[in-house]
Design a protein around this ligand. Structure first.
Ligand code: FAD
Ligand code: NAP
Ligand code: SF4
Length: 675
């Protein structure tokens, strides 16, 4: 008897059956653009082997003007059909099913040729779109239909027509972007004509035994978005036009509400999909921040949807479903929704991967194979660098001993998990704990290792992490000065007025920690919705609260300082930095940049500005928290080297500058793959 009877139940679509209720949602990985079709095929085949019922590819353009970027993958020629056939064949051999997403980006297309219903420039692109005429609209429909026809020829089991997230079809639906007065604009009936016509003609072209998923924006989160009555009307028309399944889209890309970041509560938008249930008779998929089988099961059991879409969780663990089937859900590598190696990479033009699983999208390059010679390996430090090395070494058959001077594994992840909005880090550390047991790793906690303890191992790996940088500010030895470690471990009291020195990732996180009290909004959906101004789209157009965000009052008055004169948080994650900034702004955190730290005394922190040290200012504060960066903790490595032993040094112990868990895990896994 499975723990997930709803999630793992088959879904009969009439002409075909899905083996369970898990869809791997579309992700733009950049793999298709490598043109290495073997690599693309292996990425999807690995997930098919993991028993996901149906996968959707990253967005594939139907023509040049609709492609997300110049050079982005398209489905327009027989050559494309041949290339994509490599993927579909490999997926089918692995027992999987795959649909190709047809993505027409409209005004979100990052190029001068972009087209849209009206010439309204998007706030997230520099390119003003050209307004389509009747002939132009007909061409776009024809190209989308052609892409669907070719997808079928390439062996896909279906297509997903992207109608949400503010892309082309969505742009026709709402007056925010559609200012037309012809039959494609004006009334709602006119504005939804295009998506309906697209689905109708795609169905005509592909026949009845082919999956058509329509991704429908159920809560736009932009001004003048759809009401829920309009969403229902569209969904009914889309069903009539021939769609097999309706998938949920949440928020436009330009929305100022986070929709998938780690601080968004789990299943935060399942209630939106639930509102559509019963209005259509085809299956409905829900999406966003569903990352465990337990959450997926609950969402379906409660009637929020017929299926769940999980995209990033399939990067973190391609065998997510297989492990759920086997009753091993504690072994599923968790997606912590950080975006650090997936979306941040995509938006920086880099190939996608995963912080938790560096093999994601690197399946043909980062190979984990049994070791030719079994070795005994000592790893000092049970932070992410040491733990990822340990797991991979053990997986390859080595005998692994992990030491840590702390009483628990996780290293700095144990501080990260204290931050409101970073609760996913708890599960991340739990997963490592499970895997240490699964791989029978010899774990020795409360052990402050010295060079003497490391005799007799074949290989020694130093993953001792970092120490905080000393900013050397006169007066910093006063009682009112504390470092981030003591604050996050709850070891020191912090006053009501706080100056935080250093506005890097840790300075931002510490500020977030200090302005909150009580339950984190990430654990309390109504509070989170109020904080970001999310409302029921049945009551307010687009799901935006008319009186905007209503955050709780800050628990402390925080000033966040940096010496650089640049925008605060400029170096934070590409897709999440704005959320951290907005979140602190909502709590009235005062951002002060371009400072020199002059001295600290009982009144607070004295700063001046610019090279000439002008404008002396006192930042009145009861507590000053030091978050001035980190330096490698290499003393053990140095001791070993002095004895003629050359250890492998990884993670923060190797290079502390710009260190994060992504780099620590990647470095550890890659070392373990070859040791
Ligand atoms: P560490 O995690 O520092 O682990 C080193 C371990 O070595 C420690 O457990 C220590 O006890 C042990 N050790 C040291 N010396 C000895 C010895 N002599 N004997 C035995 N054991 C020893 N990164 C991200 O990617 N995303 C985030 O969102 C994020 N948020 C963060 C939030 C906060 C508040 C903090 C503090 C950090 C955050 N980080 C984040 C950074 C990330 O946690 C670190 O980059 C990462 O943990 C570094 O990994 P590491 O294994 O090199 O070192
Ligand atoms: P950091 O990002 O390097 O920031 C250090 C801060 O200290 C900077 O604001 C820097 O700004 C300041 N600083 C540097 N030298 C200083 C000095 N001598 N005196 C005073 N201020 C000084 O490091 P961090 O905040 O300690 O974070 C450590 C790592 O953890 C980072 O690499 C980060 O990526 C990672 N992390 C990531 C996240 C995430 O969400 N992805 C969250 C937390 C941490 P000025 O030089 O301008 O003063
Ligand atoms: Fe999830 Fe982070 Fe991995 Fe992306 S990088 S899949 S958000 S864990």
């Amino acid at each position: 008897m499975t723990n997930y009877p709803h999630l793992l139940a088959p879904l009969d679509l009439g002409f075909t059956t899905l083996k369970n209720r898990v869809l791997m949602g579309s992700m733009h990985t950049g793999l298709e653009e490598t043109r290495d079709w073997n690599r693309v095929a292996e990425f999807y085949a690995e997930r098919a082997r993991g028993d996901v019922a149906l996968m959707v590819t990253g967005g594939i353009g139907p023509n040049l003007e609709g492609s997300v970027l110049p050079g982005a993958a398209m489905m327009t020629t027989e050559e494309d059909v041949k290339n994509h056939s490599v993927v579909t064949q490999r997926v089918h051999e692995a027992g999987g099913k795959i649909a190709m997403q047809i993505l027409h980006a409209g005004r979100y297309a990052y190029g001068p040729k972009c087209v849209a219903p009206s010439p309204v420039k998007s706030p997230i692109s520099p390119f003003p779109p050209t307004e389509l005429d009747e002939e132009g609209i007909e061409k776009q429909i024809g190209d989308i239909v052609n892409a669907a026809r070719l997808a079928r020829k390439a062996g896909y089991d279906g297509v997903e027509i992207m109608g949400s997230e503010g892309y082309f079809l969505n742009q026709f639906i709402v007056t925010h972007t559609n200012k037309r007065t012809d039959r494609w604009g004006g009334s709602y009936e006119n504005r939804i004509r295009l998506p309906i016509e697209v689905v109708r003609r795609v169905r005509e072209a592909v026949g009845t035994d082919f999956i058509i998923i329509y991704r429908l924006s159920m809560i736009d989160l932009v001004p003048n978005g759809s009401t829920f009555d309009e969403v229902v009307q569209l969904a009914k028309e889309i069903e009539k036009a021939g769609a097999t399944i309706i998938n949920t889209g949440i928020g436009w890309h330009e929305a100022r509400v986070p929709t998938i970041a780690t601080s968004v509560p789990r299943r935060a938008f399942a209630w939106v999909t639930q509102k559509l249930m019963g209005h259509v008779s085809i299956p409905v998929i829900t999406s966003n921040r569903i990352n465990t089988p337990e959450v997926g099961e609950a969402v379906i059991a409660e009637g929020c949807a017929d299926m769940v879409s999980m995209a990033r969780p399939m990067l973190a663990d391609p065998h997510f479903v297989k492990k759920a089937i086997a009753g091993k859900s504690a072994q599923i590598a968790p997606c912590i929704a950080c975006n650090q190696a997936c979306l941040d990479h995509t938006f920086s033009g880099k190939l996608t991967s995963c912080l938790v699983n560096p093999r994601a999208c690197h399946e043909t390059e980062l190979l984990i194979e049994p070791a030719a010679t079994t070795k005994s390996i000592a790893i000092v430090g049970a932070g992410p660098a040491g733990l990822s090395t340990a797991m991979t070494c053990a997986e390859r058959g080595h005998r692994v001993t992990v030491f840590d001077k702390a009483a628990e594994i996780g290293g700095q992840l144990n501080m990260a998990k204290q931050i409101p909005g970073k609760e996913e880090f708890w599960g991340f550390v739990d997963w490592y704990r499970t895997m240490i047991e699964v791989h029978d790793i010899d774990l020795r906690l409360n052990t402050d290792v010295t060079a003497d303890d490391l005799d007799g191992f074949d290989e020694v790996i130093i993953a001792t992490g970092v120490i905080p940088r000393d900013p050397e500010i006169p007066g910093q030895d006063g009682d009112n000065v504390v470092d981030y470690i003591d604050v996050l471990r709850g070891k020191v009291p912090v006053g009501k007025r706080v100056a935080v020195i250093g506005a890097g990732g840790i300075g931002f996180d510490v500020s977030e920690y200090l302005v909150h009290q009580g339950e984190s909004p990430t654990e309390n959906l109504p509070e989170w919705m109020a904080e970001w101004g999310v409302a029921d789209p049945a009551q307010h157009r687009g799901g935006l609260a008319p009186d905007g965000p209503k955050p709780e009052a800050p628990a402390r008055q925080v000033t966040l300082l940096q010496r650089k004169a640049e925008k605060h948080g400029k170096r934070l994650g590409k897709t999440t930095g704005w959320i951290h900034r907005a979140s602190l702004k909502m709590k009235d955190v005062n951002f002060v940049g371009g400072v020199n730290y002059e001295r600290i005394d009982a009144a607070g922190l004295h700063v001046s500005f610019g090279e000439a040290r002008e404008n002396p200012t006192l930042i009145e504060a009861d507590t000053i928290v030091l978050c001035a960066g980190q330096l490698p903790l290499r003393s053990l490595a140095d001791d070993l080297e002095a004895r003629g032993i050359t250890p492998h040094v990884i993670g923060g112990a190797d290079v502390a500058a710009e260190l994060d868990a992504k780099r620590a895990i990647d470095q550890g896994t890659r070392l373990a793959a070859v040791i």
